[in-house]
Design a binder for this molecule. Structure first.
Ligand SMILES: Nc1nc2c(ncn2[C@@H]2O[C@H](COP(=O)(O)OP(=O)(O)O)[C@@H](O)[C@H]2O)c(=O)[nH]1
Ligand SMILES: [Mg+2]
Length: 487
């Protein structure tokens, strides 16, 4: 029991770090419009994707223990269905069934769920999105997302929403993604890979995506199945550009009425049906969630600190520039006003002369500040916007990738503020974010590796000590303070 508590506490602490340390910064600088934790604070998510009729819904029904999803050879169900747990109120009747259904619009607008960010996909998507609450024990710690089949180029255009993007967003939220192929479509893996490559962060651990060759009972012989398996491996390696082929699970629906007839050579008994392994992998999703949140936290921490670094560099460069031209302006004013002292016709008292010269310097300097200095500063700002990449060292690929993702946000923020934001404030935010990045993430990784080695009896109840020991957040007393120069 403690293991579950430990997982829950660790999860809550990580979500807390995101909510209290990263989200305020993300919202302040326009890095995100919604709280970062929106998508990760809900229960662990398992998503099934694959071509239509590859057996996704059948597999879900099998794991849940009853027929919750429609199945069929034709593209039966073109909706995204989130299936989650609900306790049955009628204790006497614990037959597994759908206890409640919600339609897409309700789901997208309810802050209880993490799907608010999907609202942007419009009404057509909303009408193809639903939730079912089921009292299956299998769903106690997870929620499953059944998806409409992909790779179907004809209906793709008729969907009325961007299917790839929606899948991509769910994939980012999901803690475990099951990718199903069937023997008839083992050659079409490009779209699947495209979605995964473009949406999953680079640091995603490999075991978050499971490849499954399903319906193998339909292969006519062992040789036929090996051919299909080989085709799938070949395609996966071609597309991923990797020589090490991911593990491909071999499964079929069991018991499946026509399986024996379609399998005259009876090769199925030679193979383990990986169904049980998959079932176990799904039940491990809460652990994947921890890893997922840790990666999420690290990625956003890294991106935000890079964001802050660029803002700090600009402000520093700007102050150097300003100082240089303040000095220059002063010298110019001095040089222009000084000759007055030598004018021969001015036979006035030297004090008056010096006073007059001083007045001249001040006047000239004021003119300098309000004209030349101002226009030089705005030129500096425009130049910096045009040469945004100069604001940050991009010495390695990781930094270049991160910068690519945030460059436009930095630009928007600078345009919005005309470069006049508080350096002190950004530095303070930077300190907090990098603390999360360095110390926080190291602590989290340590807690995660401890979790993988711990046994039930080693664990103390998590209430007794925090698992991630970050120092308390800096007091917000500096929040609205600004220095003399807006620093
Ligand atoms: N022979 C065989 N048929 C299957 C298997 N899994 C699913 N089916 C059938 O394939 C069809 C499509 O399955 P479905 O679950 O609706 O696929 P989905 O579109 O991926 O959700 C249905 O008629 C299922 O009965 C399997 O492992 N073996
Ligand atoms: Mg289906």
């Amino acid at each position: 029991m403690y293991i579950e508590n430990y997982i829950d506490s660790l999860r809550a602490e990580m979500v807390d770090i995101v909510a209290h340390r990263l989200t305020p910064v993300a919202l302040r600088y326009g890095y995100s419009d919604v709280a970062l934790e929106t998508n990760i604070r809900w229960r662990p998510l398992v998503m099934l994707i694959g071509s239509y009729s590859s057996g996704k819904s059948t597999m879900i029904n099998e794991f849940i223990g009853t027929k919750i999803q429609d199945t069929g050879q034709a593209p039966t169900d073109d909706s995204f269905t989130v299936i989650t747990y609900s306790e049955s109120e009628d204790i006497d009747n614990n037959e597994i069934q759908i206890l409640e259904e919600r339609d897409g619009s309700a789901l997208l607008n309810d802050p209880e769920f993490p799907f608010e960010t999907l609202k942007k996909h419009g009404q057509r998507f909303a009408s193809h999105f639903r939730l079912k609450k089921v009292n299956s024990p299998f769903l106690k710690d997870i929620a499953i997302i059944d998806t409409p089949g992909m790779l179907d180029s004809i209906t793709e255009q008729d969907r009325g929403y961007n299917y790839q993007e929606v899948i991509g967003e769910f994939a980012q939220m999901a803690d475990l993604i099951l990718v199903l192929f069937d023997p008839h479509k083992a050659g079409t893996v490009r779209e699947v890979h495209k979605v995964l490559r473009e949406t999953l962060p680079a640091k995603t651990s490999e075991d978050r995506v499971l490849f499954i060759l399903n319906r193998i009972d339909e292969c006519t012989s062992l040789l036929d199945m090996l051919r299909v398996y080989g085709t799938l491996c070949w395609n996966l390696s071609q597309i991923t550009g990797r020589k090490d082929i991911p593990l491909i699970y071999l499964t079929y629906s069991n018991p499946n009425p026509g399986a024996a007839q379609k399998n005259p050579e009876g090769f199925l008994h030679l193979l383990d049906n990986h169904r049980e392994i998959l079932k176990k992998a799904i039940s491990e999703a809460p652990r994947h969630r921890l890893d997922h949140i840790a990666t999420f936290l690290e990625n956003h921490g890294e991106r935000l600190s890079h964001f802050m670094e660029a803002l700090i560099t600009y402000r520093k460069k700007f102050f150097e520039f300003r100082l240089r031209y303040w000095l220059l302006g002063f010298l110019i004013s001095l040089v222009l006003a000084a000759p007055a002292i030598r004018l021969p016709f001015l036979h006035v008292h030297p004090y008056i002369l010096i006073g007059g010269m001083g007045f001249g310097v001040v006047m000239l300097y004021l003119i300098w500040l309000t004209t030349a200095q101002k226009s030089l500063e705005s030129k500096f700002f425009r130049n910096s916007l045009n040469k945004l990449d100069a604001l940050t060292p991009l010495e390695n690929q990781t930094r270049r990738d991160v910068w690519k993702g945030i460059r436009n946000m930095v630009k928007s923020y600078m345009e919005k503020t005309v470069g006049k934001y508080s350096l002190g404030r950004v530095k303070e935010d930077y300190a907090m974010v990098s603390q999360v990045c360095k110390k926080g993430s190291a602590e989290i990784r340590q807690a995660l590796s401890e979790l993988s080695t711990l046994k039930e009896e080693d664990l103390i109840p998590p209430e007794e000590k925090p698992l991630i020991a970050l120092p308390l957040k800096n007091s917000s007393q500096h929040a609205d303070e600004e220095g003399v120069w807006g620093i």
